[in-house]
Design a protein around this ligand. Structure first.
Ligand SMILES: Cc1cc2nc3c(=O)[nH]c(=O)nc-3n(C[C@H](O)[C@H](O)[C@H](O)COP(=O)(O)OP(=O)(O)OC[C@H]3O[C@@H](n4cnc5c(N)ncnc54)[C@H](O)[C@@H]3O)c2cc1C
Ligand SMILES: NC(=O)C1=CN([C@@H]2O[C@H](COP(=O)(O)OP(=O)(O)OC[C@H]3O[C@@H](n4cnc5c(N)ncnc54)[C@H](OP(=O)(O)O)[C@@H]3O)[C@@H](O)[C@H]2O)C=CC1
Ligand SMILES: CC(C)=CCC[C@@H](C)[C@H]1CC[C@@]2(C)C3=C(CC[C@]12C)[C@@]1(C)CC[C@H](O)C(C)(C)[C@@H]1CC3
Length: 512
């Protein structure tokens, strides 16, 4: 476990005893929130009101935009979702000065089992969707980890998961978007209808229009994931295996690796199955008393080279697998509730975990925000998979944060901001997720992160933008191709009046 380096006694107390607030206030509040939202969803679905209400809710969005037009377009526009509710790290300052448009669309609208799609509104969360689809024997082709991520945020930002080496990013499984534009009109777009808008929407961070519904591809689901654990004690061997599996012509359905040091890590290969087989035990990692998943994975390291012919296999219930890092917020919760994984806590209060990220954000004291700013890294960097070893070594030199999350994903050669630099139909990338306290000597937030950003750009990679970007506007435009985006903004009526550029929403000065 890591501890955050504190500077004063007050800071020390606030940081070390944050768990008191979490346990006595946030966990009970989170429970009430979960009960209320489940009840609400259940009632809405049973009354079948969601699809009927959709048009009325879209009209409400249109009306607010039209009012803004009539009132002389005095400010820019953004959604009214308060930033403490979002899954990004900072509180967006722009929310205070822009006109806030309420886009309160929270329902799953239709599951079409014939065409294998689900249509939903932007505030539907990943947890809500996997719960809705599971009884129907379905799942999203890509289910980005963390239950509270919303469809809208994943479309306008990005989403990645361990099936992304087959299906691509969240944007690649979206078939149609419905948006309210800055002139108050409603448009739908897909690869065949308004294709320029369709390809410019992902990574646009709400700067082209307000998303009101999305049609997403679903796949048949089975009950369990058969998961193989392959421990490694040499980075080059692990990276070779990771690349080989991601690029395999008939790959496993799920691929992920966790690095615990520069040289040691576990590659996990998963496939959906209907019933558990006899080659492994069932591990219900979603049970309230079960240990944090990353801790369980680390234990497989000791099997390294014990008996190479004997692979450790487990059967994990599908929803438990999809939400395996949620209970520990990857490994971030260990800094907040240090005893969160101890047996007594899990058996007593494990069923209340994790606290809602939104409540954690809402009650975050300034001292903690400053501490995270100074001595904590939260970054996902996306680089072509051939640079994996090189990238890990560079991250080790600049950050030295472990565990590191490795997830392969395909970027399709489509128009848009995420332009790959090759002529093939797609290119395989790896998401390198670094979340924790840096131990690297000489770590300083801005210079170290800027060095990593320039490394990523030099390897034709990208940075995920829910975290902090320290790039200049010029560097940002070099990382993300703005050709299509600029053309679409110029074509859409009032778009440049209504919305800033992407950089104007994600750069540090507006994301304090
Ligand atoms: C379109 C849809 C939207 C939903 N939205 C939410 C939501 O936003 N939040 C939430 O908490 N729960 C939602 N649910 C319900 C939830 O996911 C589970 O289906 C529910 O827990 C099961 O309740 P039940 O046992 O009473 O099933 P019942 O409601 O009695 O029946 C469910 C069964 O009917 C069939 N079915 C019903 N409607 C449809 C349809 N439109 N398309 C395909 N098959 C259908 C399926 O086979 C399903 O297994 C939704 C379900 C569907 C199908
Ligand atoms: N596994 C994964 O892939 C993970 C991904 N993430 C990241 O988290 C973010 C998603 O978090 P979440 O809390 O769901 O989303 P947010 O509320 O943070 O929204 C992200 C962006 O999308 C815009 N947006 C959201 N809904 C709409 C809408 N209906 N119309 C127009 N714009 C919209 C927001 O605009 P506005 O600023 O106007 O509100 C904002 O700029 C993404 O950036 C994602 O990359 C984080 C953790 C894990
Ligand atoms: C692409 C993938 C898989 C990304 C995973 C990102 C997670 C690790 C991020 C998303 C939201 C996130 C930034 C968050 C935090 C940690 C890292 C998280 C969970 C925490 C909980 C750290 C503690 C902070 O005080 C605070 C509560 C503000 C944030 C909230 C968001």
């Amino acid at each position: 476990m890591t501890t955050l380096p504190t500077e004063s006694l007050t800071e020390y107390i606030i940081v070390e005893y944050r768990w008191v607030v979490v346990i006595f206030a946030l966990l009970p509040m989170s429970l009430f929130w979960k009960i209320w939202s489940s009840l609400r969803n259940y009632v809405v679905f049973k009354l079948n009101s969601a699809p009927k209400m959709h048009d009325r809710k879209v009209k409400h969005v249109q009306k607010q935009v039209k009012d803004w037009l009539v009132n002389g377009r005095k400010t820019k526009l953004c959604t009214a979702r308060p930033t403490w509710q979002t899954m990004s790290f900072r509180q967006g300052l722009y929310k205070k000065s822009f006109t806030n448009i309420e886009v309160n669309l929270v329902d799953v609208l239709e599951v079409d089992t014939k065409n294998m799609t689900v249509r939903c509104e932007p505030l539907v969360t990943m947890g809500q969707l996997s719960r809705t689809l599971e009884p129907l024997g379905l799942a999203l082709a890509v289910v980005p980890e963390l239950d509270q991520l919303t469809v809208g945020g994943l479309v306008m930002g990005t989403g990645v998961e361990t099936s992304s080496h087959v299906h691509g990013l969240f944007q690649h499984i979206c078939l149609q978007y419905e948006l309210v534009l800055a002139d108050g009109s409603v448009v739908t777009c897909s690869k065949d209808e308004n294709p320029d808008l369709f390809y410019a929407v992902p990574w646009s961070y709400g700067t082209l229009g307000f998303l009101t519904s999305v049609v997403i591809k679903v796949i048949p689901a089975k009950k369990y994931v058969r998961l193989e654990y392959h421990p490694y004690a040499k980075l080059s061997e692990l990276a070779d295996r990771f690349r080989k599996e991601s690029l395999d012509k008939e790959p496993h359905q799920f691929i992920e690796a966790l690095l615990f040091t520069k040289d040691t890590g576990v590659v996990m290969l998963g496939d959906m199955v209907d019933e558990p087989g006899s080659d492994g035990k069932v591990n219900k990692i979603g049970k309230w008393y079960s240990e944090w998943f990353f801790v369980q994975v680390q234990r497989h390291l000791k099997n390294y080279r014990k008996d190479i012919s004997k692979i450790v296999v487990e059967y994990i219930p599908l929803r438990d697998y999809y939400h395996r890092h949620t209970k520990s917020l990857f490994w971030e919760l260990q800094d907040i509730v240090p005893f969160g994984n101890s047996a007594w806590f899990r058996y007593l209060l494990g069923w209340l975990m994790p606290p809602e990220v939104s409540l954690l954000k809402l009650t975050q004291p300034r001292a903690i925000a400053e501490l995270y700013e100074r001595a904590h890294v939260i970054q996902d960097m996306l680089v072509p998979v051939q640079h994996l070893d090189d990238a890990v070594l560079t991250f080790h030199k600049e950050f030295e944060v472990y565990p590191i999350w490795l997830c392969p994903f395909k970027v399709l050669n489509n128009p848009g901001q995420l332009k790959i630099k090759c002529d093939d139909k797609w290119q395989m990338f790896v998401d390198i997720g670094v979340y924790g306290v840096p131990k690297a000597k000489g770590y300083e937030t801005v210079p170290s992160t800027r060095r990593i950003e320039s490394f990523v750009t030099s390897r034709d990679g990208f940075q995920m933008l829910y975290a902090d970007t320290y790039t200049t506007q010029k560097e940002f435009r070099a990382m993300f191709d703005h050709t299509l985006y600029d053309a679409v903004r110029a074509r859409l009526p009032h778009c440049t009046d209504a919305f800033p550029e992407i950089y104007g929403k994600v750069n540090r000065n507006v994301r304090k």
